[in-house]
Design a protein around this ligand. Structure first.
Ligand code: FPP
Length: 239
């Protein structure tokens, strides 16, 4: 079935909780990490599609502050996967004008992984295409506490506003997500963008992340366009 989207009502910023890699692998009798490997192909497909249809910001939850509790081998695999991803794809991403940012704490990401992220961020800093934010070693509560620390260091006067606070978050200068997608049928926020998701539409897809590609994204976008966004008011508003 062909899906027709209204290009004037696309979300400006999509955030994604890429869930279900482990289940995808287990259902095929494979080790969990194979789900992460296949999940990379979904990452590629979703980045490409967002760039093509004119989404401005895409934020992917690639590694949370809670993910350090996973088995050591899986953590090592995920770190290596990110480095390999940049090694293989950075020139193509750069060529397509993608600008990469990292959202999260640097500590305790291994130095080699940080170098690879830093190089990608530096190389693509002046690009004007899709803004790709990688939430890596990211935790929403940690981000809020870090923002409070940053704000206090600015020796502030009383009268903190939402605008000022938004500026000291990791996402300072980036508009809030209009749409949060979570794959694999789970209804949880999982410590992701707690402040920024205040008014986001949430769409949960039953599809596991490694199987979530362009057609599945189109379906979610069609669902988004059927929603009314009122921001607490009475008239529908679309991004
Ligand atoms: C959740 O699935 C997924 C993750 C914790 C990692 C997501 C990482 C990738 C898709 C690849 C790396 C991405 C980039 C951008 C380089 P899960 O393992 O919790 O699945 P389960 O709930 O089925 O166990």
């Amino acid at each position: 079935m062909k899906i027709h989207l209204d290009t004037k009502c696309l979300p400006r910023h999509i955030a994604v909780i890429m869930d279900g890699n482990g289940r995808w692998a287990r259902r095929r009798g494979l080790p969990r990490v194979e789900g992460h490997r296949e999940g990379m192909n979904s990452v590629r497909s979703i980045i490409q599609t967002c760039g093509e249809i004119g989404v401005s910001y895409l934020t992917l939850y690639a590694f949370s502050t809670e993910n350090w509790k996973r088995p050591r081998g899986e953590i090592r695999f995920l770190m290596k996967l990110l480095v390999e991803y940049f090694k293989r794809e950075i020139s193509e991403l750069h060529g397509r004008g993608v600008r990469i940012r990292m959202l999260g704490r640097r500590e305790p990401i291994p130095a080699g992984v940080l170098t690879s992220i830093d190089n990608a961020v530096r190389l693509t800093r002046d690009n004007r295409g899709l803004n790709l934010n990688l939430a890596f070693n990211y935790g929403g509560r940690r981000e809020i506490l870090d923002a409070v620390d940053t704000w206090l260091q600015m020796k502030p006067r009383p009268g903190l506003t939402e605008e000022i606070f938004s500026r000291v978050l990791y996402t300072g200068g980036i508009p809030d997500p209009d749409l949060l997608i979570r794959t694999s049928g789970e209804y949880r926020i999982s410590n992701f963008l707690l402040w920024q998701l205040a008014y986001a539409e949430i769409v949960v897809s039953p599809v596991l992340w490694p199987a979530f590609r362009r057609p599945e994204l189109m379906q979610v976008l069609a669902e988004y366009q059927r929603r009314e966004r009122r921001f607490g008011g009475v008239r529908p508003v679309h991004a």
